[in-house]
Design a protein around this ligand. Structure first.
Ligand SMILES: NC(=O)c1ccc[n+]([C@@H]2O[C@H](COP(=O)([O-])OP(=O)(O)OC[C@H]3O[C@@H](n4cnc5c(N)ncnc54)[C@H](OP(=O)(O)O)[C@@H]3O)[C@@H](O)[C@H]2O)c1
Length: 324
């Protein structure tokens, strides 16, 4: 098999594609012949040693995969050899083959390509968890999404629109804004040249009900001020590299709320069953055509450094996948 190995915390071009014997599944395990491995923003941080969690070296990065079952271990009735599947594997996804517990594998709906199946879970589960579980968003509310052409941002536009929210999408490039508009954003704003706070206030007639912020820094700080009375600011991430310093007086003044969203942490703290139910709900929306995960931009394994660089340099609209 082929796998992308991180053997030192170093710049992205230190990643290497390594050949090794293809692993065999043990009891209750299956092997996935990977056709697409999803890339997430956090992967680039992991391999450079810039994330709070540092896996023991060497390791194979990558959490999301899709492909076909090509071997099963003892005691496995399903999925069968030949089934199209996707899975969240934690680490080890940037590989041509992945061995995993059969219970952690999901069938890929016919409506999804392998590229979509390998790239939707992290972004859509985060968006769904944020808007449904944390914010308890209601149809008719006005939602401002920052970084709306990136992974978790675009998913929030899609989920928000499907829930009946009015969505204003902020993104830096025409391509990203076009994707957000296609996923149901009522209006788009150019975050590289326009005043997002003023546009949001204008659009909503005084203030938005929800801000979804995966960007942080000055963009996040300004967006807090675009919230209406009782409005809620959802802290999703800090893609800009800067943690926003949200002024407490701005929270107090209009009875605003700031809500943390840590989907992965929530799942890990005893909510695996609830997460599985949430995934089924998201899949049902996808199958019904109400949610439409984006087709990712694909790169060959040998181009992994370029793929990750394009991601962190904001050149990718939507999602990215690696193809073994
Ligand atoms: N809370 C959770 O549970 C959770 C789950 C998954 C991910 N996250 C976090 O959410 C954040 C975004 O993840 P993602 O997968 O959506 O990433 P992504 O696909 O790379 O999108 C991030 C967006 O942030 C914007 N951005 C602004 N300044 C940036 C900068 N200096 N560098 C890179 N991007 C910048 C870019 O949009 P513009 O070019 O339009 O500005 C970019 O499209 C990350 O911090 C990630 O760790 C959180």
């Amino acid at each position: 098999m082929r796998a992308i190995v991180c053997s030192e915390f170093a710049p992205l071009d230190a990643l290497r594609v390594v050949e090794s014997p293809t692993p065999e599944p043990g009891p209750d395990q299956v092997r996935i012949a990977v056709t697409a491995a999803g890339v997430n923003f956090v992967d680039a941080l992991f391999v450079q040693g810039k994330y709070q969690i540092k896996p023991p070296l060497p390791f194979v990065p990558g959490n999301e995969v899709a492909g076909v079952i090509d071997a099963v271990g003892g005691g496995v009735d399903a999925p069968a050899i030949g089934a199209r599947v996707f899975a969240n594997v934690g680490l080890g996804g940037y590989a041509s083959h992945v061995v995993i517990d059969a219970r952690r594998v999901m069938h890929t709906p016919d409506s999804l390509t392998d590229g979509q199946a390998a790239t939707f879970t992290q972004s859509y589960m985060t968006a769904w968890f944020a808007l449904r579980e944390r914010a308890r968003a209601q149809a008719g509310q006005r939602l401002l999404v920052l970084g709306a052409g990136g992974g978790v941002g675009l998913a929030a536009v899609d989920v928000g629109a499907a829930l009946g929210l009015h969505v204003l999408a902020a993104a830096s490039s025409p391509e990203k804004r076009a994707l957000a508009a296609d996923r149901g954003a009522e209006q788009v704003v150019d975050s590289s040249s326009e005043d997002v706070k003023e546009r949001a206030k204008e659009w909503s007639g005084g203030g938005v009900d929800l801000v979804y912020d995966p960007v942080g820094g000055p963009q996040g700080e300004a967006a807090l001020r675009a919230l209406a009375d009782d409005g809620q600011f959802l802290v999703i991430g800090f893609a800009s590299g800067a943690i926003p310093q949200l002024p407490a007086n701005q929270v107090l003044l209009r009875n605003r709320r700031v809500t943390g969203v840590d989907w992965g942490g929530w799942v890990g703290k005893g909510h695996a069953a609830a997460n599985q139910q949430m995934l089924q709900a998201v899949l049902a929306e996808i199958t019904a055509g109400r949610l439409r995960p984006v087709e990712p931009t694909s790169y060959a394994f040998d181009d992994v450094a370029r793929a990750l660089e394009d991601q962190v340099e904001r050149r990718v609209a939507g999602k990215t996948a690696l193809v073994p």
